[in-house]
Design a protein around this ligand. Structure first.
Ligand code: PMP
Length: 332
């Protein structure tokens, strides 16, 4: 394969049959290999979808500035898309993210603003700070400054509808029975649910919620109410119904603890040779729960969002794991 632009490498990821999850569930469980995107995560799609949409709507000028609030992966996706398209990037990030994500962003030349982690209602919340930063820059320079706004910007879910959902349907020759994943912005689950349901209404969509998030309760009883203690996972967990989520089509909801997630991640390293990041553990646990509910022989797909390389400080740090009462892999 020869390509003239890194952007062309975003998407069209393989569907990987997961050996251990399929064995224990009696179903065929597949993971969409989003960690194989050039920026290393599913959020490359969001970044590209949002920038393409902004270009179409003339919201960015050549050489202009893009601002975003991110837990890291969208920032990395935006950094590669902006560099390839010659835009400047400024990123606002909560200081609770792993250091490796900050280093990647800095090393890719993005301007990084770290803020304390605050709830969404607080004006100091990273998403709100990023929106204000974009406005301030625009007022100061008089130049159009584009705030990507991945939580509210519907270009996020629409790009997943256009690409991720279609790829899953085509790669399974239309035989996919169920899909599930966790929620950050809700772009992935909304795009995939809308896309798959438009191709076949019978495909079951499950929300898999991590501990400390409010989406399990939202999709179970209509109220976004926090369930369980704060999670160590990153990029997932949501306390409110974002604009992207308003369009989501969910049939079932599953809940996964950090303990289940970590056990699965360590297991998959040895059984499947997959070295996956934190949210992928939640997703695979959710896929097994959906498979068990749907019964044997079904084809279930989930998202392998990123890989483990960014999460050494958590996943392979004995003291950290002990302090959180989480399992420790026997080879550590
Ligand atoms: N996993 C990881 C590692 C992420 O960075 C994100 C995005 N925040 C997600 C899952 C959730 O994806 P979405 O924003 O599309 O809900």
């Amino acid at each position: 394969m020869i390509t003239s632009n890194v952007i062309e490498l975003i998407g069209n990821t393989p569907l990987i049959k997961l050996k251990y999850p399929s064995e224990v569930s009696g179903c065929e469980i597949y993971g969409k290999g989003e960690f194989m995107n050039p920026g290393g995560s599913v959020k490359d799609r969001t970044a590209l979808g949002i920038i393409l949409d902004a270009e179409k709507k003339k919201l960015i000028e050549p050489g202009g500035t893009v601002v975003e609030g991110t837990f890291g992966n969208t920032g990395i996706g935006l950094a590669l898309v902006c560099n390839a398209k010659k835009y400047n990037l400024k990123v606002v990030m909560p200081n609770t993210t792993v250091e490796s994500k900050r280093d990647i962003l800095k090393n890719m030349g993005a301007e990084l603003h770290l803020v304390d982690a605050k709830p969404y209602a607080d004006p100091g919340n990273y998403q709100r700070v990023s929106k204000k930063l974009a406005l301030d820059i625009e007022n100061k320079t008089g130049k159009k400054t584009f705030w990507a706004g991945q939580f509210e910007n519907l270009a996020n879910y629409k790009y997943h509808e256009l690409t991720t959902a279609k790829e899953i349907f085509d790669q399974t020759n239309g035989t996919v029975d169920g899909f599930t994943c966790a929620i950050g912005t809700g772009g992935t689950i909304t795009g995939v649910s809308v896309g798959l349901k438009s191709l076949n209404k019978k495909i079951i969509i499950g929300c898999t919620d991590s501990q400390g998030s409010s989406m399990y309760n939202y999709f179970t009883n209509g109220t976004p109410e926090k369930k369980g203690d704060e999670s160590i996972t990153e990029g997932i967990g949501q306390a409110r119904v974002t604009k992207n989520l308003e369009n989501c089509e969910v049939d079932k909801s599953f809940y996964v603890t950090d303990k289940e997630c970590m056990e699965m991640l360590y297991k998959l390293i040895k059984t499947d040779g997959l070295f996956l990041g934190l949210s992928s553990g939640v997703n695979v646990c959710g896929a097994i729960k959906l498979a068990k509910e749907m019964g044997p022989g079904k084809k279930i797909v989930t998202i392998l969002c990123d890989d483990a390389n960014k999460y050494y400080d958590k996943m392979f740090n004995k003291d950290f794991l002990q302090s959180k009462n989480l399992p420790i892999p026997d080879w550590l």
